[in-house]
Design a protein around this ligand. Structure first.
Ligand code: SF4
Length: 338
């Protein structure tokens, strides 16, 4: 019977190669994707993902670690990278979870597509060792793309894989991985995406604002930081304004907030709000929504202050129609969280 190996996959070429290399060594690779609110593909909700899926011909299990991840953002043991990315804590969490899954999936060890020196915070040699140790996987975590640059693992020592068949890739370049993809006959593969959303400056600003107003935010409060334009109104409540049709549609599906604002005769953004019970907050929020509507942006008469109607829908689905004028542009600058 073939030995099983759990391969942590992020969906990129390095993960595909790790799966292929393990298969080539005569093992049975099983892909595991830890999908948290911050690494779900754009405009995808956790509920959209199949628990059991398939990835380049390999079985793939999607496992939600959102709840476990969120406390790391509040107090990461190893600190943040350039943004709100607690990379070392994040990797330790993923590998700790993978260790727990070994028994459940009947696997002997864990592999990943990590490459030495590819990322400054979590993929330097010293950090790779630290993560391996802290996750409790010492000796049982194989990084096949860089294995020949690292200490031999148990799978190598016991002959489950042959070190000579593994690689010594390092650094941020993609050339060697692309050559390897061609060697394995992988024709099409996902191009490197924009990177982790937690490293983005705007995400850090939004997260700081969230924590300044709510010391114990829920997973959905973090998730919504990825979408729309964000405003902190003068009374302290939060408004999220869709930026385009796709985002408007997606915001509808997130279910975040306790109030929805939508134009009736004004085509424009769909807005979500965590209403604080103050009527003034509606006035402010609708004035902002108006500014971002088609009329607010393109019609000089409307910009000058012609009123328009909006529907307000509360969490219990009661609706109210309010008429509002656009707020002055200066108020947008004061409220927006960039
Ligand atoms: S870049 Fe993002 S996903 Fe990758 S380790 Fe850091 S926090 Fe985790």
């Amino acid at each position: 019977m073939k030995r099983k190996v759990l391969v942590l996959t992020s969906g990129g070429l390095d993960s595909i190669l790790a799966l292929k290399i393990m298969e080539h060594e005569g093992l049975e690779p099983v892909g595991v994707h830890f999908c948290t609110w911050f690494n779900l593909p754009k405009y995808v909700l956790q509920k959209d993902l199949k628990k059991e899926d398939e990835f380049f011909g390999f079985p793939l299990f999607n496992i939600d670690l959102s709840d476990e991840f969120t406390p790391l953002l509040l107090k990461p043991t190893y600190g943040f990278g350039s943004g709100a990315n607690p990379c070392i804590d994040c990797k330790i969490l993923f590998f700790k979870k993978a260790k727990e899954l070994l028994e459940i999936y009947g696997a002997d060890f864990v592999a990943s597509g990590e490459v030495v020196g590819q990322r400054p915070m979590s993929q330097m040699k010293k950090t790779l060792r630290l993560i391996e140790k802290a996750s409790g996987l010492e000796g049982y975590l194989l990084r096949p793309l860089s294995a020949r640059l690292l200490d031999p693992t148990i799978p190598e020592k016991r002959g489950w894989v042959d070190t000579k068949h593994l690689y010594a890739i390092s650094g941020r370049g993609r050339r060697e991985q692309m050559a390897l993809a061609a060697q394995f006959g992988i024709g099409e593969y996902p191009l490197p995406a924009g990177g982790c959303v937690l490293t983005e400056k705007v995400f850090r600003l939004r997260m700081n604002d969230l924590l300044a107003h709510d010391p114990a935010p829920a997973v959905c409060d973090f998730f919504i930081l990825r979408y729309g334009r964000h405003f902190r109104l003068s009374g302290g409540c939060k408004l999220v304004v869709g930026r385009n049709e796709v985002e408007n549609e997606f915001l509808r599906r997130t279910g975040w907030g306790n109030t929805v604002l939508d134009g009736t005769d004004v085509p424009g953004p769909y807005c979500l709000m965590q209403w604080d019970g103050r009527f003034g907050s509606f006035r402010e929020a609708l004035g902002i929504a108006y500014r971002y509507s088609d009329l607010g942006r393109f019609d000089p008469a409307r910009q000058a202050g012609m009123p328009a109607r909006f529907i307000i829908e509360s969490a219990d689905r009661k609706t109210t129609i309010l008429t509002r004028r656009p707020v002055p542009a200066r108020l947008i600058d004061e409220a927006i969280i960039r």
